[in-house]
Write a protein that binds this ligand. Structure first.
Ligand code: NAD
Ligand code: UDP
Length: 322
């Protein structure tokens, strides 16, 4: 489908990026994986290092770089609220300066460029489910703004480079995605609940647990990203990618307890500021233009993820290799 290209993947050592590198290599491409290892890990891409078509570049996207490439997938940015709030200024830099540097590179190299945007651009949405035409409800000065507004500014830059300089862009608004290779200390809800259940620790429900999310399994998501990158430039953008089946966090906790057979109790913690109350993608655009929809149901995806975390817990050293 997309063989024999040289493709740059920023954030390639992260959760989603490592799967993307893998699939692009399987399709016969040369892959340059760029990462500063802020939240990514060498262990995610260890199995790719012996492939002569794979190259690892330790680099920060906030610093310009030159490379001969045909395509760029721009994924560099911590995705977990816990991690992107540790150094919010760096999160804004990564999103904004990173986008400018990668768009400049795309322009110089005449390369097509994909942006990993996010459902967070909709903030705490007043429209449900969320369609791409909805402008969102984001607090620009809250603790999540470094990520939400950083990603919104990156979207602006992508569309302006397209209109002003003719750069060939693709953009997905990715909804909550989970699966093996999430860090045990990632801080997002799926990894937290599974780790807590497996260790017999209390499951930390934030707020009353009635807030909703829609969880997409990683394989489905990567298939969607690649379909979008390889679609004609007539596909309207941005394009929501996510699983439209919606769950409360309480339902998620109960499902994980059942699947792990854990006796962990549910405990509550304060709801973080600006935590969106509901989230569910309208994926009509992806269905119509890409023929894409998710195929892996939550229980199946959770089982695969639980097996992965069980393996991590029983490994001699469960600390991620950097
Ligand atoms: P992740 O944290 O596992 O991966 C991000 C990768 O980017 C890591 O390898 C990290 O080291 C690298 N990185 C961070 N800052 C960098 C910088 N300045 N320079 C170079 N590398 C840098 O997160 P993920 O879940 O794999 O998310 C990947 C992308 O997809 C992110 O852009 C995220 O915003 C987007 N996204 C993910 C989800 C999701 O649910 N996983 C949802 C919406 C959007
Ligand atoms: N959450 C929770 N317990 C946790 C971690 C998260 O109840 O241990 C909640 C969180 O408040 C949010 C939802 O789960 O409502 C999803 O959180 P996550 O950090 O995974 O992603 P995001 O908020 O970015 O969608």
């Amino acid at each position: 489908m997309c063989a024999d290209k040289t493709i740059l993947v920023t954030g390639g050592a992260g959760f989603l990026g490592s799967y993307l590198c893998e699939r692009l290599l399987e399709d016969g491409n040369d892959v340059l994986c760029l990462d500063n290892f802020h939240t990514g890990s060498r262990s995610n891409i260890l199995h790719l290092l012996d492939d002569y078509r794979f190259e690892l570049i330790r680099h920060d996207v906030t610093v310009p770089i030159c490379a001969e490439i045909d395509e760029i997938y721009n994924l560099a940015c911590p995705a977990s609220p816990v991690h992107y709030q540790i150094d919010p200024v760096q999160t804004v830099r990564t999103n904004v300066h990173g986008a400018i540097n990668m768009l400049d590179l795309a322009m110089r190299a005449n390369a097509k460029i994909f942006q990993a945007s996010t459902s967070e651009v909709y903030g705490d949405p007043a429209m449900h489910p969320q369609v791409e035409g909805y402008f969102g409800n984001v607090n620009p000065i809250g603790p999540r703004a470094c990520y939400d507004e950083g990603k919104r500014c990156a979207e602006t830059l992508f569309f302006d480079y397209h209109r002003q300089y003719g750069v060939d862009i693709r953009m997905a608004r990715i909804f909550n995605t989970y699966g093996p290779r999430m860090r045990p200390d990632d801080g997002r809800v799926v990894s937290n609940f599974i780790m807590q259940a497996l260790k017999g620790e209390p499951i930390t429900l934030y707020g009353d647990g009635m807030q909703t999310r829609s969880f997409c399994y990683v394989d489905d998501l990567i298939r969607g990203i690649m379909a979008l990158m390889n679609a004609p430039d007539t596909v309207p953008m941005p394009c929501n990618l996510g699983n439209p089946v919606e769950f409360t966090m309480r339902q998620l906790a109960e499902t994980i307890l059942e699947l792990t057979g854990s006796r962990s109790i549910l405990t509550t913690r304060p709801l973080p500021q600006d935590d969106p109350t509901q989230r569910k993608p309208d994926i009509s655009r992806a269905r119509e233009y890409l023929g894409w929809s998710p195929t892996i149901e939550l229980r199946e995806g959770l089982m695969r993820t639980i097996v992965y975390f069980e393996g991590e817990l029983s490994a001699p050293s469960s600390a991620p290799q950097r």
